[in-house]
Unconditional design. Structure first.
Length: 507
């Protein structure tokens, strides 16, 4: 990753731009989004969003390289020093998440052109790209900011734009799904901001680094205890932790395919990062995580999610909905990493942020390609697709193998790391649970394999692949799912640095 930073230093005016990279990461997509309204033309709007997303991705790689080479980056907005002014603070943890968001944002846009043209009325396409860039802005802002209230602002930017993207789906049920997401998302944001207000009442500060030094002195007050509870529940709603996940299945199932790919690969991951940041940085100097029983609750909810959501996924006939419940199950693995509360456990949870983005992005891209060709993602309509759409089904199969943790896929890396972290604590039963849950993943993936590869296609069924512009990003994601399963050290080393930063094991 440091190679991108070195490469950047050779660019013209790099020395002048370098100090502002953290701010540019957010400012560029924020200012670029309204230009889609000026352009209005679907092709021009797409091209503009594509250029912006790749610029943002490159900046995220440079930032990660700089953090790994030189340490924490701080940026004072408006020249106001913290804690009075808003500070952007980037360490290994949020630099890692920035790369995940930037990568998915960039790889999804080439895929989007044909898919969006098929699923969204032409007159509204520019609105989709407007909301896409705003959502990207919000997710990047949540990740980069070091201010608790500023995080809320970006949380709302990403959420409001997500509601619109989902509502633009061709299925009328998308409106209901977006409304339900809006209600649950608003509740989550309200809980979060109440918690932030309580922290401010007790400390007079909103800066996360400052809060981490002030909260230990008042941690025994009921106000701080309530603030901790409100923040955990609020962000739990945003990250769809079981049983606060009810908004997610319909949102993923009925949204346009591109929105599903992007949100499934980024939105819940960023919410999980926000919870990690608040729990281990802001409240890291307190004993609240251990003494309140939140650690035990998170482990219980994680295991419940891993099993219950996977079990429900087995009985779904809408494959996007099946993958949505699979996402709830996979979020359980990330939450399990938080609950283990060790550097090794957090490393497993963090690397699963990246790995799940790869495999679930691949799976939803495959479903988008299938929907483009046959106009359905119902299991009954997918008979013989293994022969009718071999490339798309091969990509889905790679993602499916990764979901249940097959060696040489990214899913194996995550589950192995979490199992090792559990065994290191003497919790062998959690390691056994991880193994057993993989069997449920095999069950719901096998249902799709059985229908698509073993049943004959119906007479006169459409065949052929989606456009190349959709296949190439999908194959890149599938290749990454295998590549980072073979070369797991790259992502594990960065995830470990991120875990150490959150746990306070490094400056």
């Amino acid at each position: 990753m440091t190679a991108f930073y070195v490469l950047f230093l050779f660019l013209p005016n790099a020395a002048a731009i370098e100090p502002h990279l953290s701010a540019l990461q957010v400012v560029i997509p924020l200012l670029a989004a309204p230009i889609c309204v000026v352009l209005r033309d679907p092709k021009l709007s797409w091209l503009w969003a594509l250029i912006v997303s790749w610029v943002v991705f490159f900046i995220s790689l440079v930032i990660l390289g700089k953090v790994l080479a030189e340490g924490v980056i701080t940026y004072e907005l408006g020249g106001w020093p913290p804690p009075w002014g808003i500070e952007y603070r980037v360490d290994a943890a949020n630099a890692f998440v920035l790369v995940i968001v930037g990568l998915i944002g960039a790889i999804t846009l080439p895929y989007a052109r044909a898919s969006v043209a098929r699923e969204i009325p032409k007159a509204r396409i520019y609105l989709f790209y407007l909301m896409y860039l705003l959502c990207l802005t919000g997710l990047l802002g949540i990740t980069v900011t070091g201010d608790a209230f500023n995080l809320f602002v970006f949380l709302e930017i990403s959420s409001l734009s997500s509601y619109v993207m989902i509502a633009l789906g061709s299925d009328r049920r998308a409106l209901t799904a977006a409304f339900r997401y809006l209600i649950m998302g608003t509740l989550g944001a309200t809980f979060y901001i109440i918690g932030v207000g309580m922290m401010y009442m007790m400390t007079g500060s909103l800066n996360m680094a400052d809060l981490s030094t002030l909260l230990p002195a008042v941690e025994e007050t009921r106000t701080v205890l309530a603030a901790f509870a409100f923040i955990v529940v609020g962000l739990g709603l945003k990250m769809a932790i079981f049983p606060l996940h009810t908004w997610l299945p319909n949102a993923y199932a009925y949204a346009p395919s591109v929105a599903t790919v992007f949100l499934a690969s980024t939105a819940t991951k960023v919410a999980i990062y926000a919870l990690l940041r608040l729990v281990f940085t802001v409240f890291g100097g307190t004993t609240l995580f251990a003494v309140t029983g939140v650690q035990e609750v998170l482990i219980i909810l994680a295991l419940a999610a891993i099993f219950a959501a996977a079990f429900v996924a087995v009985f779904q006939n809408d494959i996007k909905r099946m993958l949505a419940y699979s996402s709830v199950s996979q979020i359980g693995y990330m939450v399990l990493g938080i609950g283990l509360a060790t550097t090794q456990g957090l490393t497993g949870g963090l690397v699963h942020l990246f790995n799940h983005a790869m495999m679930k992005g691949t799976a939803f891209m495959a479903m988008g390609a299938i929907f483009y060709v046959i106009g359905s993602v119902q299991l009954k309509d997918m008979a013989g697709l293994g022969r009718r759409m071999p490339i798309s089904m091969a990509a889905f199969l790679v993602a499916g193998l990764s979901l249940f943790g097959t060696p040489v896929t990214v899913g194996f890396i995550s589950k192995w790391q979490l199992a090792q972290a559990s065994l290191a604590l003497g919790w062998w039963y959690i390691a056994v649970g991880i193994l057993l849950a993989s069997l449920l993943a095999i069950a719901y993936v096998w249902r799709v394999v059985e229908v698509t590869y073993m049943e004959p296609p119906p007479e006169g069924a459409p065949k052929g692949e989606a456009p190349v512009s959709m296949l190439v990003p999908m194959l890149i994601m599938a290749a990454a799912t295998i590549w980072f399963g073979i070369d797991g050290d790259t992502t594990l080393s960065v995830a470990q640095a991120a875990a150490e930063a959150l746990m306070g094991d490094q400056p």
